[in-house]
Design a protein around this ligand. Sequence first.
Ligand SMILES: [Zn+2]
Length: 249
Amino acid sequence: MRLGSGPLPDRGGSGLRVTPILWRPSPNCGARRGGVLPDMIVLHYTAMANCEAAADRLCDPAFEVSAHYLIGADGAVIQMVDEALRAWHAGAGQWAGAGDVNSRSIGIELDNDGRGPFPAAQMRALHRLLPGIMRRWAIGPDGIIGHSDMAPDRKSDPGPLFDWQGLARLGLSVWPEATPAPALPVDGAVFRAALERFGYGPDLDDDLLLRAFRLRFRAGVDGPLDPVDMAMATDLGRRFVVDRAAAGA
Ligand SMILES: [Zn+2]
């Protein structure tokens, strides 16, 4: 490994503390199809035993997977694919009308086995990494999504333990208002329409859509669609409307 894109400034810190980026190139990448630029960032967990095993996998041509960045549990940041190129992390699915999410996104893997919490050092590294990517590609906070948002039938990462609300507090993701409006009845069609405006794919059945939404916004909540789901989804669909024409949908 060698030092790559240079140090990352520490958000809100003294400016002296930096996270170096290690550069470990993966052969698993190519040109972004159709010349599109990334307008979303997809967050993952590796579900591997450790960071080294994940890095090996993401750089192994036999597995045909990769990501732009891998963040270790200790906060070390490894870059594997140039941001201008198409990494292979998203697979089948869609978000905001875009089917080829790999061409439209930057992929970040977090070293996590899918069962334990994300250590503070790892989250701090993510918080320092995201603003630069967002600035370089003009990606707004509503463009930061989970793998489970775009492929809910196959994927549940970064999972229920990931702190989306903390990310949103830093302007690195979005979080909905959860105040149920008395005049807002529980209505699956309204729920679906709101979440499709926000970005979820139109081909998800009702249960899958509710499960994907709750995995990100109401982890641990079970049972049928309720007024809080309605309030949160309606707020997302009102404030963060995706531009499907821009996505070529
Ligand atoms: Zn994933």
